[in-house]
Design a protein around this ligand. Structure first.
Ligand code: 5GP
Ligand code: ZN
Length: 115
C-alpha cells in the first residue's frame, strides 16, 4: 500500500470501482475512461510502480495477470473476435498511474498502429 496511490486505494476499497475479479494477488476492474466497450485493468494488489520494478520472483505474477485477462476476455465475450493486452511503462511509454497495470481492451477493431 502506497499512500496517495489511486490503485492502492482501489485495492483497499477506499476508492470505488467496478471490480470483476480478485484473488490474493490481483484485482481486475473497469477502466474509468474506457476506450472500447471492454476496457479492464488487471493489477497486482501489491504496489509495484512499473514493469522496470519487477524482480525475477515477480515473473509468475505477470503470467497470472495474463491468465486472468484471458479468462475475463472470455467472460466479456470478446475472446473469439480478439483483444489487446497493453502494459504502459514510464513517461514515454504512456504510463499515467505509477502502479503496474495491464489493460484488456476489446469489442471493436483496434488501430493497427502500436504507437
Ligand atoms: P496508463 O496510462 O497509466 O497506462 O493507464 C491508466 C488508466 O487508469 C487510464 O486508462 C485511466 O482511465 C485509468 N484510471 C485512472 N484513474 C482511475 C480510477 O480512479 N478508477 C478507474 N477505474 N480507472 C482509473
Ligand atoms: Zn499502488
Amino acid at each position: 500500500m502506497k499512500v496517495g496511490c489511486i490503485f492502492c486505494q482501489i485495492v483497499d476499497g477506499k476508492v470505488p470501482s467496478e471490480i470483476l475479479y480478485q484473488d490474493e494477488e490481483v484485482i481486475a476492474f473497469r477502466d474509468i475512461h474506457p476506450v472500447a466497450s471492454t476496457h479492464l485493468l488487471i493489477i497486482p494488489k501489491r504496489h509495484i510502480p512499473s514493469l522496470t520494478h519487477l524482480s525475477e520472483e515477480d515473473l509468475p505474477l505477470i503470467g497470472h495477470m495474463v491468465n486472468i485477462a484471458n479468462q475475463l476476455a472470455g467472460r466479456e465475450g470478446i475472446a473469439d473476435n480478439g483483444y489487446r493486452l497493453v502494459i504502459n511503462c514510464g513517461e514515454q511509454g504512456g504510463q499515467l498511474v505509477p502502479h503496474l497495470h495491464m489493460h484488456l481492451i476489446g469489442g471493436r477493431r483496434l488501430s493497427d498502429e502500436l504507437g
